[in-house]
Design a protein around this ligand. Structure first.
Ligand code: UGA
Length: 452
């Protein structure tokens, strides 16, 4: 099938375009960002994502993909047009639909025969209906049949190529039969369940999924806080929970709170459009509030442990919002740095940051932290190490070496990547999420008793 992706160099657009090209479609990825178009035409990637370079090479070698900034070409040459433009957070948690509206108008100005227009961007329930109205208005007196379909994406950054090529399900929302046939044809080579529904329910599936995932994370973060206070071990609690098939094992890792461009934005959007429909959503509001507490708790702990923070050096490992991506949008690590620096203004605190793929951040933060070239320089003479991203290479660090590099052996491990018994036995002061610092004393006294 001939498919165009508007917003085709963005995260979702690019992965979708390349994935559909690999599945044999002729894909045009259109974007107004000329720099990204040039990058892609040079065979390079504008984002870091595992497996994407191989996908780009394969799609270009097979002549299945074109990158252009020409909307006319994209619309004229494709029977199916996907919109994957950004829908960022707007005022009061609402979704900013301006890019989508603009794209719809431009597409409407170009079409002259039947097109299926697919909304990939995450947008509030009712957006497909709104899109239909916008297109109709912009067709003016031209009679051009078209339809609008909802087809939400469920890609996780860091895992997006696998998620696209081997999805667990495909959700399609259609309001007329003709577009159902076309969408089924588009996904015919995918051997997965297709959930076929109306556009409103399909739009809602996306919000329900992200809200549920966020709820699990806030839930386990809350359980972690209780565990710390009652001197229980969240690892054991998780082991006991995950074996219950009704609960399952995913999305229960305690951490610094969920970040990234999607979960928080989508929760806020859901709360906002639900409010307009007279639904209050107290549970989901609490999920968001709980998430904000995580970083504050971590900062309070660091400050209280360091006591006099003046002239101290903090080493932060990880800047991306999770491992496997260079995306720092709404990253807990960035929030931590912002809040830490705000709280410790005038203390001449030194913050050294290392991330395997992110080498700078936006100003003014960028000039307020140091980016050493390697982990060793980051940790040398540090008074506190804060692990913010669960990069595999951090898990493999030699803890004994770290102990000797640091001035004060204090670790705040917000991803629980280090085995705490080993960390304690080396003499570190250690705080994981859901592991009370008191556990050390408990372990010590149990050991002493067993030796006696
Ligand atoms: C999320 C969803 O998982 C995707 O299904 C969805 O398509 C995407 O949003 C989207 O709406 O576009 P993503 O934001 O890439 O994907 O990342 P996740 O893997 O869901 O992680 C989100 C945040 O939760 C990260 O900060 C991560 O560290 C945190 N997290 C995740 C935890 O703290 N604990 C966990 O157990 C899992």
């Amino acid at each position: 099938m001939n498919v165009s992706i508007i917003g085709g160099t963005g995260y979702v657009g690019l992965i979708t375009g390349l994935g559909l090209a690999i599945h044999g479609n002729n894909v045009i990825c259109m974007d107004t960002d000329l720099r990204k178009i040039e990058t892609l035409n040079n065979g390079e990637l504008p984002i870091y994502e595992e497996g994407l370079a191989e996908l780009l090479k394969e799609a270009t070698d097979r002549n299945k993909i074109v990158f252009t900034n020409c909307l006319k070409t994209a619309v004229n040459k494709s029977e199916l047009i996907m919109l994957a433009v950004g829908t960022p957070e707007g005022k009061n948690g609402e979704t900013d639909l301006s890019h989508l509206v603009q794209a719809l108008k431009l597409v409407a100005n170009q079409i002259d025969s039947y097109r299926t227009i697919v909304i990939k961007s995450t947008a509030p329930v009712g957006t497909c209906e709104m899109a239909r109205t916008i297109i109709k208005d912009h067709l003016k007196n031209r009679f051009t049949p078209f339809d609008v379909v909802s087809n939400p994406e469920f890609l996780r950054e860091g895992n997006a190529v696998r998620d696209f090529l081997k999805p667990e399900r495909i959700v399609i929302g259609v309001d007329v039969y003709a577009s159902e046939v076309i969408m089924k044809e588009l996904y015919q080579s995918f051997d997965v369940p297709i959930v076929l529904t109306d556009t409103r329910s399909s739009e809602m599936v996306k919000y329900a999924c992200n809200a549920y995932l966020a709820t699990r994370i806030s839930f386990i973060n809350e359980i972690s806080e209780i565990s710390e206070k009652v001197n229980a071990d969240v690892h054991a609690i998780l082991e006991g929970m995950k074996l219950d098939k009704r609960i399952g094992e995913l999305y229960l890792n305690p951490g610094p709170g969920f970040g990234g461009p999607c979960l928080t934005k989508d929760l806020k959007s859901l709360i906002s459009f639900a409010g307009k429909a007279n639904a209050e959503l107290p549970l989901l509001k609490a999920v968001l509030e709980r998430n904000e507490v995580q970083i504050s708790n971590i900062i309070d702990y660091v400050i209280s442990e360091l006591q006099d923070v003046r002239g101290k050096k903090i080493a932060v490992l990880g800047l991306s919002f999770k491992a496997g991506t260079n995306d720092t949008r709404n990253s807990p690590a960035v929030h931590l740095l912002e809040k830490l620096l705000e709280k410790l203004l005038d203390t001449k605190i030194l913050i050294h940051v290392y991330d395997p793929v992110v080498k700078s951040i936006e100003e003014p933060l960028n000039s307020r932290v140091v980016f050493p070239k390697n982990i060793e320089d980051t940790l040398r003479n540090a008074d506190c190490l804060i692990v913010m991203t669960e990069w595999p290479k951090f898990k493999e660090l030699d803890l004994e070496k770290i102990y000797h590099l640091m001035r004060t052996p204090l670790i705040v491990d917000t991803r629980n990547i280090f085995p705490y018994r080993k960390v304690y036995s080396l003499g570190f002061r250690y705080k994981g999420i859901g592991i009370a610092s008191k556990r050390f004393e408990t372990i010590q006294s149990t050991l002493e008793k067993s030796i006696v």
